[in-house]
Design a protein around this ligand. Structure first.
Ligand code: PLP
Length: 383
């Protein structure tokens, strides 16, 4: 019986899956029943350091042996160190961290804080954005109401701004708006990078109307765009940043990073999590960020994404969108055909919500030879 057939016996069938079954992974390669597949999908942008990275294994082993778990009911140096490392990596002014377990949970808490602090009941989001599947995160996810956002009502009212429509911004942010939430590069939408002018205007109108700016860096953060956070690339100063995915390289973890003004408004009992800030996740947060910095992985991201951009158009790919290692390759034909054809050549890439775009979210340790293999394979495919 295949793993897929075995899964179907007891797991809810809610995921469409790639036709591979990895049993082992090392570096950027997934080993699947005798096949060695290059992972340009990175487990949904999670495997920042690839698989089996020695620093991660040593960290996990040492932390598991010394202190496997304690909750936030006690202080721990490993948690303090992770928060300090993350705050130093974050854009200036964002120095206060709340650890959670996922991207949705980070956004849920950011939105909750925004409504509470401002006393306002509207949130503005951007069309085609994705922020998660919990109640508040689902409210601000484009299209979610039609699919899995199944609650009878929502925690606040939402206004969606068409992306890059500068003229629409002012009409969608008012003195009733608690927060604006935005992905600067819309990941699920196909690594669609928003225009600088649109983002600058969004931040300006937020400041004018007293709405808090939440930048969802769940996909863009932790070096994936060639800078620690995409907020720096766009030169915006968010009140809050949310992160998850790469932050602990595959160990479940998320975080909310806020500025001093917000931290000053959050008090005892306002937020909470049993597993958030657990020692295994925290030890890995410190290690992942340290390796990204020590091994100059953000330079690697910039160099290899430039290499790909220079090779395009190639084969069925007519253009590249996105930044760094959050890339959308726009095809002349249906992207899912190209995804299948690449997988037949042992290269795993991801689909997106845009039928013409497939996504690359590879580990930051990817090498030139891997990018060259992708380019060569694309060149062999029909236009
Ligand atoms: N925000 C963004 C930008 C995402 O891409 C995702 C997941 O894909 C989420 C939030 C939700 O994260 P999680 O699945 O960890 O809850």
């Amino acid at each position: 019986m295949s793993a897929r057939e075995h899964e179907a016996k007891h797991l809810l069938q809610v995921y469409s899956q790639f036709p591979i079954e990895p049993t082992n992974a090392q570096g950027v390669y997934l080993h699947c029943n005798g096949r060695k597949v290059i992972d340009f999908y990175g487990g949904h942008a999670v495997a920042a350091l690839g698989y089996g990275h020695p620093a991660m294994l040593e960290t996990l082993d040492a932390q598991a042996r010394s202190l496997f778990f304690q909750s936030n009911a006690v202080a721990m140096e490993v948690r303090a160190q992770a928060a300090e490392t993350l705050a130093r990596f974050a854009p200036p002014g964002l120095e206060h961290v709340f650890f959670v377990n996922s991207g949705s949970e980070a956004n849920e808490n950011a939105l909750r804080i925004a409504c509470k602090i401002t006393g306002r009941s509207r949130v503005t989001a951007i069309e085609h954005g994705f922020h998660g599947r919990t109640a508040a995160a689902g409210m601000v996810t484009w299209g979610a109401r039609k699919t899995w956002y199944g609650f009878p009502g929502g925690p606040f009212n939402v206004d969606f701004v068409p992306r890059n429509d500068v003229d629409a911004i002012a009409g969608k942010i008012s003195s009733e708006t608690a927060a604006v939430i935005v992905e600067l590069v819309q990941g699920v939408a196909g690594a669609y990078d928003l225009d600088q002018l649109f983002v600058t205007n969004l931040a300006e109108v937020c400041a004018k109307k007293g709405a808090l700016l939440i930048v969802d860096e769940v996909q863009t953060g932790i070096g994936r765009c060639g800078q620690p956070f995409a907020s720096s690339i766009y030169a915006v100063n968010p009140d809050m940043i949310t992160v998850a995915k790469s932050i602990a390289g595959g160990f479940p973890c998320g975080a909310l990073i806020v500025n001093g003004a917000i931290a000053g408004e959050v008090g005892l009992g306002d937020l909470g999590s049993t597993f958030g800030g657990g020692p295994l996740a925290c030890a890995l947060v410190h290690t992942v960020i340290k390796v990204i910095q020590d091994d100059n992985l953000m330079d690697n991201v910039l160099e290899l994404s430039r290499m790909l951009a220079e090779a395009c158009p190639v084969g069925p790919v007519e253009s590249v969108q996105g930044i760094g290692f959050l890339l959308g390759l726009r095809c002349r034909r249906n992207a899912s055909e190209v995804v299948d054809e690449l997988l037949a050549r042992d290269i795993l890439v991801g689909n997106s919500a845009d039928s013409k775009v497939f996504r690359l979210l590879p580990p930051l340790i990817l090498e030139r030879q891997h990018m060259q293999q992708l380019i060569d394979s694309l060149a062999e495919l029909p236009e």
